[in-house]
Every structure is written in C-alpha cells, then in structure tokens.
Design a binder for this molecule. Structure first.
Ligand code: 5AD
Ligand code: SF4
Length: 521
C-alpha cells in the first residue's frame, strides 16, 4: 500500500479551491490568496440551443468553464460543451487539466475561443443529432474568426471520425475517450493544417495521475471516475464500442483524490463507473486485490464528514458486501441507482442483461432488508425490439413493486453495431414507443410524489449545496437518499455545511422544509 501512495502525483493548484457563494455567481479563492475568480453558472449560458433530454436534463450541453488561473499560459482560450452522462462531464475535467497543462485557459464565450470542443454522447440517436446541430453553430463562429479549431471528443469520435473530418470537414480534431493525453500533440498538428485524430481505445488508460480541473463546480460535490469502459455488452448499448474494455483505476489515487477534495472544502464525492460493482484492482507489486465494497470503505474512511455516493450499479453484480458497507458507514449515502431496463424476462434476455425480474426483485429486497432507509432509482427503456403490450405491463408492474424514488426513462433508439441492431428487429412503432414511455413516466411521477409526500414530518441530515434556483432567500441541499430539499436560510450557514431539515411539503421532484436543531424530531 505505501509504495502505491508514494507514486501518486499531487493535484495541481487550480483545483485547490475554497468556495464562496454570492448571488448567482461563485467566487473562488485560490490558495488563500484572496484572488477572486468568477465562475459563471451554466443556467445563464447564452449559447445553449434546444436541449435533448438524456441522463440529466438540467446538464445537457452545459458549458464547462473555469476561467482559471494560469501561471504560464500560451494566451489561447478553449471553450468546451459536454453532452451525455456524468462520465462525460467528468472526462471534460480531465481534458481541461490536459489543456491547462498545455497553456490553454478556458472561456465560456464561444466567440472568443481559439479552440471549441464538444464532448459527445452516442447513447441515443437524438444525442448525436444535437451534437451535429452544435457543430454547424461552431462553424458559423469559426467563419467569422478563421484559425479557430473545432474538436469532437468522446463517444462520437470513433463513430463519426470519417464523416466529420474528411467528408463534411466540420471539425479539425477528433479525439476518442482514451486519447486525451495526446491532445497537445494533436493540437499542434491541427494548427499546422494536418489531420488530427486519435480514437484508439486502450486497455489500461484510467487517467489515474491526472488531477481533474473542477469545471463549473459548486465547490461542495465532485465526481471521481473509478473505472472506464464496460464489458457487459447489453444488446441495446453502444458504450462498449465507444468507450472500450472495462478497466479499474488504482484505489490509492482515488482515495488521494477524495482526500484532496475534502481538504479543499468539498463534502461529497460520487464514484463513477458504467458498472461500479465490477470494480476490481490488483496491486501488481503485492497481489493484493480491492473490490468495490472495499473501495467504498476506503473512501468513507477519508473523513466522516465526506459523503460518498456512487453510480451506476448493475443488478447482476451488486453484492451484499456493498450493502453491508453502506449500512455500516453513515457517510456512504443511502441511495442506489439500479437500472432495471425492462420488467419482462423475455425482453431482459433479448437485452442480454444477465438477470431476471425475480433476481432483480431479490436484490431490491436485500437492499430493503440491509438498508431500510435506502432510496432506489432506475433506468427504463420503452419499446425495445419485439416488446408486446404484455411485456410493457410487466415493466409497469415492476416499477410499482420496486417503488423507485425516481427513474431515467427513454424509448428505445437503435444504435449502430450493437447486438440488437445486427440481430433483432426494431419493430415497435415510434408512436407506440412514445405512448408506452408516457405511461411509464406518469406512473413513476405518481410514485415519486407519493414517496415524497410520505417524507412530510421526517427530519433529514442535509448537505447544503447552494442557493435554491428560485430564491436567494432559500438554500438547496440533498439528504442521504439524494432527494433535493429547499429550505429558508439561517444566518451563519453556508454551502458545505450540514443541517437537519424537517420536511413540510413535497412535490414529485422536490421536498420543502425548515431547519431544525433536533435530528430526531
Ligand atoms: N436506446 C434507449 N436507451 C438507451 N440506453 C442505453 N442505450 C439505449 C438505447 N439504445 C439507456 C439505458 C441506460 C442509460 C444510460 O441509457 O437505460 O441504462
Ligand atoms: Fe451499456 Fe449495459 Fe454497459 Fe450499462 S452495463 S454501459 S447499459 S453495456
């Protein structure tokens, strides 16, 4: 263990932040120098187009920006937009670190950028369409500022490289998710007018030694990528093709990153991976192995005031050992994102998910038994190949049984090269897909509303994240179950503080409450 700790490279100064909050802007103090850096929030982004609803509807196309702090800059500015899952937003922070190292500073004003980047998502066709539209907008900006470079990063890079770079000439730079270290070299090449492309996927790359530059952060909650890629090959999913084979990052660099975040004022980390339950690392020197439950405990031991969350769990791999770690450590949050995808065994088999609805419900019962207060959420796909009305009813039925606090819900979108695209017929009409999806959404909303209303009168420990969106008089924060709670401010409290909040009111999406001194009331 000590040998591995010695190898860890210390985080760069840019992310050593103490975060303060004022009105709609964040002011950041770097290394106690009272040096204010204004961080504009994404919700007043002037360039956002119509947004596609994918994983987090609030964040699609978010312009990530840290107008940092650069001792030896090259005078060039980059602008980056990210689409898709949290993993992509986290990757943009790696890209920002690499570019900062190469002398670039970031900007949230596309017009002044020397380099416009888009971190792309391929999970559904709509996400790709949105990115294409953005590329035309970037090219308009480029036509009024020749010399600007445009780069496509992430999941679409491999799929679209030929079209985007050679045929349509929409971009100057194409970089796949495992090639971000190569960006300085690729940029030099693009500046000289050459083809700049690296979409090679790696079996080893985890960016373990790169300290992410926290972009557009609230200074309280941060994401830590613990693994990359996915080996599951669910038949509908393009991720194994765009992000490559699964590999786990060494646990000591993860814990060091968590400790560093805590020391700079962060109070919550979310460990990210496509399938965190299959996290597995073997120390090449000692042969010692670390699984996900052990990693969770190591992160929770950083400090009892550091909350630990994780996403995404896979029903076929989630162990009781993880659940016992959650039950034992107060600071591992009582919330599990456990996607079911479909409630029909026939469809689950066609999806190649590796479990049945009975197995899935067994996992739900284990969660309820070991962590009675745990909230569970899900991903659900409506209208997968050959789905009948009876299959759809089984999905509605399992949603009722599982009692999810919330779900991300989609209709099936065929993706190139997947098993489903090659072997199954996308035979449910768009009209039926949309109707089934709206039934799923209506049911989920009513369950979320009921569950939230049953929280009225309960008191929760809440981590303050910042001002509520609607009023500077109110704070917003989350309880352990990941539910957002809005409550009037008390003088002396600030983001990053814990408070006890009694729930007074609830909608399907949010709880409202008031601060109370008594944790039991
Ligand atoms: N069509 C619709 N939804 C999909 N997802 C993944 N691939 C597809 C697809 N082809 C959904 C799954 C997954 C989430 C991240 O996105 O529900 O869990
Ligand atoms: Fe895609 Fe399945 Fe891997 Fe999730 S577990 S990323 S759905 S292949």
């Amino acid at each position: 263990m000590p040998q591995s700790i010695r190898l860890y490279i210390k985080r760069s100064t840019v992310s050593d932040l103490n975060c303060l909050k004022e009105g709609d802007h964040h002011f950041i103090q770097i290394n106690q120098n009272k040096n204010p850096y204004k961080l504009l929030m994404y919700n007043d982004n002037p360039t956002l187009d119509h947004l596609v609803k994918t994983i987090d509807p609030m964040r699609q196309g978010e312009v990530l920006d840290f107008p940092g702090h650069q001792e030896k800059g090259n005078g060039k500015l980059f602008y980056i937009e990210s689409f898709g899952c949290q993993m992509n937003f986290s990757d943009s922070e790696i890209v920002a670190a690499v570019l900062h190292g190469a002398g670039y500073r970031s900007t949230r004003n596309m017009e002044e950028a020397d380099l416009i980047l888009v971190n792309t998502c391929s999970i559904r066709e709509k996400a790709e369409d949105t990115v294409r539209k953005r590329l035309y907008i970037y090219n308009k900006v480029k036509s009024s500022k020749p010399g600007t470079l445009i780069g496509v990063l992430g999941c679409m890079a491999e799929r679209m490289k030929k079209n985007l770079l050679e045929e349509e000439k929409l971009v100057d730079l194409v970089v796949g998710p495992d090639a971000y270290r190569d960006m300085p070299k690729l940029l030099e090449s693009a500046e000289d007018g050459h083809r700049a492309i690296n979409v090679q996927l790696s079996r080893e790359e985890t960016y373990a030694d790169i300290s992410p530059v926290r972009l557009d952060s609230n200074g309280v909650a941060a994401f830590i990528s613990i693994m990359r890629g996915c080996d599951n090959m669910c038949s509908f999913c393009v991720v194994p093709f765009t992000r490559g084979r699964e590999r786990s990052r060494d646990p000591f660099s993860i814990v060091a990153e968590a400790r560093d975040l805590f020391d700079t004022g962060y109070r919550e980390i979310t460990l990210l991976g496509q399938n965190v339950d299959s996290y597995h690392w073997k120390n090449p020197e000692t042969g010692e192995e670390v699984n996900f439950a052990q990693l969770l405990r190591m992160c929770a031991d950083v400090n009892p005031d550091l909350r630990v969350r994780f996403s995404t769990s896979h029903p076929k791999d989630m162990t009781d050992e993880v659940l016992y770690a959650m039950a034992e450590k107060e600071n591992i949050c009582n919330y599990i994102h456990l996607p079911i995808q479909s409630g029909s065994n026939r469809i689950l088999e066609l999806m190649r998910r590796g479990y049945t609805r009975e197995w899935y419900m067994g996992r739900i019962h284990a969660i309820r038994r070991i962590i009675p207060e745990c909230a569970i959420s899900s991903d659900i796909i409506a209208g997968f190949c050959t789905e009948t009305e009876a299959d759809h009813q089984e999905t509605l039925d399992i949603i009722r049984q599982a009692q999810y606090s919330m779900s991300y819900m989609f209709y099936y979108s065929e993706r190139p090269n997947t098993y489903a695209q090659r072997n199954l017929k996308d035979d449910v009409s768009l009209e039926i897909k949309k109707r089934r999806l709206s039934e799923i959404i209506a049911l989920q909303n009513s369950i979320s509303r009921q569950l939230n209303q049953s929280d009225i009168g309960k008191t929760y420990k809440v981590l303050i994240e910042g001002d509520s969106k609607k009023s500077a008089e109110d704070f917003k924060g989350r309880n352990s179950q990941n539910k957002m709670i809005i409550f009037p401010k008390n003088p002396g409290l600030k983001p990053g503080d814990y408070v006890y909040v009694e729930v007074l009111d609830a909608t399907s999406a949010t709880l409202k409450g008031r601060i109370t001194q008594n944790p039991q009331s």
